[in-house]
Design a protein around this ligand. Structure first.
Ligand SMILES: O=C(O)[C@@H](CO)OP(=O)(O)O
Length: 345
């Protein structure tokens, strides 16, 4: 049931430019976005932008060169910015999920799984369009899979973000990689967004179906069998991962690495894949193994959740950057957007 509703909301967002506005009145009452007190600060990085003088800058350089802080430490540090502390206490954060844009093997209708193929031109455009839709939503951390189609999607989407922070891929695969990718300015770190790429967010491993044409496979093994391999919870494709197996690593990664960030008030975007995201959505929406069968995700459509006090509230898909409703879901989102507007005007 829940899965079917979710399908509808994704479908609606594509065809009609709609999104779920059910939270609007609960959180705010009608039309109150503009009435919120300006004293309520969001993303202090915004108000600090461009305000550092040279002595502050010199200090930052000294601190950076004598300390071991990484970009992730800066973003995760509770003392990183004071006004954000009060927001963190509210335990509220935005979570954006986005399936990568169309890949060259989506276009050819081939099972892809963990084969690392890039986006098509249409996929690039979808990622840019997705970026426009979320361009007013705060993002402090980005998680992607280890696969280029998810990483391209995240990076292309970020080219549209109004905050203009720079996404920076973290390289912790070896001590040398960590040392060689250090940033030696605290100010520059604050204007950066760490991007963590991890294989546990990869597409499900499709086993011996990888590289096969989906239609030809259905013709050969039967539509039902192929549907079971593609959408069932616990039936793995030959020598591949079932959704359940994919969930064991993707949801575990979400719980271990991403949820603590959200609980600390960090706004997170995850760019990943049809099935790794289905498994995460199953966890967020508490779907049953029956309900998840009908959950389909379109390429390049961002989905917004609000994480609040350990709960996840699905807010559908933002239809466009100028849509008022989505920013009124929480004070934090409304004020973040207001700040961005003030920066521009
Ligand atoms: O081929 C794949 O890796 C996936 C996603 O494109 O396919 P399906 O939708 O069949 O799970």
């Amino acid at each position: 049931m829940a899965a079917a509703v979710f399908n509808q909301s994704i479908g609606a967002s594509q065809s009609l430019g709609h999104f779920n506005t059910s939270g609007l009145h609960q959180e705010f009452g009608k039309g109150s976005v503009r009435l919120i007190s300006k004293a309520f600060e969001v993303d202090v990085g915004l108000s600090k932008r461009g305000c550092s003088n040279s002595s502050q800058r010199n200090l930052s350089i000294i601190r950076a060169s004598t300390s071991q802080t990484s970009l992730i430490d800066i973003v995760s540090s509770p003392s990183h910015n004071k006004s954000n502390d009060s927001l963190k206490k509210s335990g509220e954060a935005a979570l954006i999920l986005i399936r990568h844009g169309e890949s060259l093997w989506n276009e050819k209708n081939l099972f892809t799984g963990c084969v690392d193929v890039p986006l098509t031109k249409k996929g690039v455009e979808e990622a840019i369009e997705a970026g426009k839709r979320i361009s007013n939503i705060p993002i402090d951390m980005i998680y992607t899979s280890a696969l280029i189609r998810a990483q391209m999607t995240a990076m292309l989407a970020m080219t549209q973000h109004r905050r203009k922070k720079v996404p920076v891929i973290m390289h912790n695969e070896s001590e040398q990689a960590t040392a060689w990718s250090q940033i030696f300015s605290e100010d520059t770190k604050k204007q950066s967004i760490p991007v963590v790429a991890d294989w546990r967010l990869n597409e499900r491993m499709y086993g011996e179906l990888q590289g096969l044409n989906k239609q030809e496979t259905a013709d050969r093994y039967g539509k039902e069998q192929v549907h079971e391999w593609r959408r069932s919870y616990d039936v793995p494709p030959p020598n591949g991962e079932s959704l359940e197996m994919c969930a064991q690593r993707a949801v575990a990664y979400f719980k271990d690495q991403i949820e603590p960030q959200l609980l600390a008030g960090k706004n997170v975007m995850i760019a990943a894949h049809g099935n790794s995201l289905r498994s995460i959505i199953m966890y967020l929406d508490k779907l049953t193994s029956q309900e998840v069968i009908s959950l389909e995700l379109s390429t390049g459509i961002p989905m917004l959740y609000i994480s609040k006090e350990g709960k996840f509230i699905r807010r559908g898909s933002p239809a466009g950057p100028a849509e008022a409703g989505v920013y009124a879901y929480t004070k934090k989102l409304a004020l973040y957007r207001q700040k961005l507007d003030e920066m521009v005007h």
